[in-house]
Design a binder for this molecule. Structure first.
Ligand SMILES: [Zn+2]
Ligand SMILES: [Zn+2]
Length: 408
């Protein structure tokens, strides 16, 4: 029996009774209920989908504000390409946790492009650096970012001082874990470079051009590969370089900042400051719409506001006063699959219990001779449960067939 055909004859008061009769008939025909996985669940489950050779997958790993919140980390977008390459654009506060939800080996999360040095755009660099090294990333973390008008406003200075900030962290790990991955390669480039190539490997070209945001130094990026173009503003005021070099991108991700009225009402900003930050330091939603009308991407993606049931309709109305094209207002874990024929937008479904994936290479042992060690002051303060610890060693050795000796 064809249930759908049955519907054509339904109507009026008899419809309900007829439907019950039809469903009853289907059950009595011994039609089993489905037990197989649906062919398309309209969600992205990390680690379960092949990326086609010509496909680009972009995952929003941070879409929020400098004020942290559970739902939205600071700016971060992961770009994965069908050739296997992966690139992180901005790594704002909280975003390293988002990256860890995507079931990607840390070995491959080793290239970070920083648009500017606000904490909500690079505040989790340390988490990726240290966490990746402890997860056996054996290569240096590679970082690209702009210089500025003074050395101390530049990316090299920021990363150098991040390493200094983590001096105790790095020293404490020597000899206890293998720290080979605790190296950083910094590629600082001229923020004034206009459409300059800052990366060109394996058929992937990444370019930077100036952004206008808060202080000299910020840049925006494009990534081109296999005839596809990704553009990412980081933060900026509308500017001539974006209009020219992001033009026609397949996916254009651009700041669409928290509207001033919302900053005043929900965050208690002084009105003057909200208007200044919202329309002069960043790009407001209606300004974003204007930018996208001129950029004409296949898909415009706005981010950088708290994206909720009560804010998004207002933001969207503002954007729609100036832009009629295809639009997504990003929230964390929105996923974009981009090919020449299609751009699919879905949400990722994250396993909150996921562990970081083990490295693809064997985890190297620590070299105990590197250990900095304690002073006698602390050694003499230890209360040593020798028999308890010995049992841990013995049980572990027995279970794993090893013979590691407990320290005396
Ligand atoms: Zn910023
Ligand atoms: Zn920002």
């Amino acid at each position: 029996m064809n249930l759908r055909n049955g519907w054509y004859f339904l109507g009026g008061a008899g419809a309900c009774l007829t439907l019950v009769a039809l469903l009853g008939a289907a059950a009595s025909d011994n039609q089993p209920s489905p037990t197989r996985a649906l062919p398309d669940r309209d969600a992205y489950y990390p680690g379960t989908e092949n990326l086609a050779e010509d496909e680009m997958r972009v995952t929003a790993c941070g879409t929020g504000m400098p004020n942290t919140r559970p739902k939205q980390a600071g700016a971060c977008f992961l770009v994965e390409l069908g050739n296997g390459d992966k690139f992180i654009f901005d790594i704002g506060t909280g975003s390293a946790e988002r990256l860890s939800g995507l079931a990607i080996h840390y070995d491959y999360l080793d290239k970070v492009f920083i648009g500017h040095l606000h904490a909500d755009h690079f505040g989790d660099l340390a988490a990726l650096w240290v966490g990746g090294a402890l997860n056996n990333r054996q290569r240096p973390l590679r970082v690209w970012g702009p210089n500025s008008t003074k050395p101390e406003y530049g990316t090299a200075y920021a990363v150098d001082h991040m390493e200094k900030m983590l001096t105790w962290d790095a020293a404490s790990r020597l000899g206890n874990v293998n720290t080979r991955g605790l190296q950083i390669e910094v590629n600082e480039f001229d923020y004034k470079g206009v459409n300059q190539v800052i990366y060109e490997e394996n058929g992937v070209t990444i370019r930077s051009f100036p952004a206008v945001h808060a202080l000299d130094g910020p840049v925006s990026f494009t990534l081109e590969w296999n005839g596809l173009k990704f553009a990412f503003s980081s933060d900026t005021y509308p500017n001539k370089w974006w209009m020219k070099y992001a033009k026609g991108a397949d996916i254009a991700i651009h700041v669409c900042f928290q509207p001033p009225i919302i900053m005043v009402k929900k965050q208690k900003f002084p009105v003057r400051d909200a208007l200044n930050v919202g329309t002069q330091v960043h790009t407001s939603p209606s300004m974003f719409g204007k930018v996208m009308s001129m950029t004409e991407p296949r898909l415009a993606v706005g981010y950088h506001f708290f994206n909720d049931f009560d804010t998004t309709p207002f933001v969207e109305r503002q954007v729609r006063t100036t832009y009629g094209g295809r639009l997504a207002l990003a929230v964390d874990y929105m996923v974009f699959n981009v090919t020449k024929d299609d751009i699919r937008v879905r949400m990722a479904v994250i396993n909150e219990d996921a562990w970081p994936l083990p490295s693809v290479t064997e985890k190297l042992p620590a070299d105990p001779s590197q250990r900095v060690g304690f002073t006698n002051f602390l050694i003499e303060g230890r209360v040593v449960f020798e028999d308890v610890i010995k049992k841990v060693y013995d049980d572990t050795n027995e279970e794993l067939g090893t013979d590691v000796e407990a320290p005396k």
